[in-house]
Design a protein around this ligand. Sequence first.
Ligand SMILES: [Zn+2]
Length: 103
Amino acid sequence: MPNDTPNFRLLRLKTRRYRPAAADSEAYLAAKRLRSSKRWQSVRAQKLGEAPICESCGDAIATEVHHILAVAAHPELAFVPDNLQSLCSPCHQSKGGAHVRQP
Ligand SMILES: [Zn+2]
């Protein structure tokens, strides 16, 4: 039995896992547009500059900016400072940062 079969199956599983579900595709595309916008890059950098430590655990360097109210549901709050939270990656994952997860 060729030993590349299990690897191929794993690759397919991973690919499937990262593909956005049809119901999420609009939110996924909106988040993708947001991430690549110059305005978001600027707001994000400013937030991480003002709050460089994770605002959830207070114990790690923040590397991600979380939208407290999801952009998909509240696009008008995408750049509002009160809706942003500096988080470390594990805290962001635990808050379900699905709308900003990398594909
Ligand atoms: Zn944290």
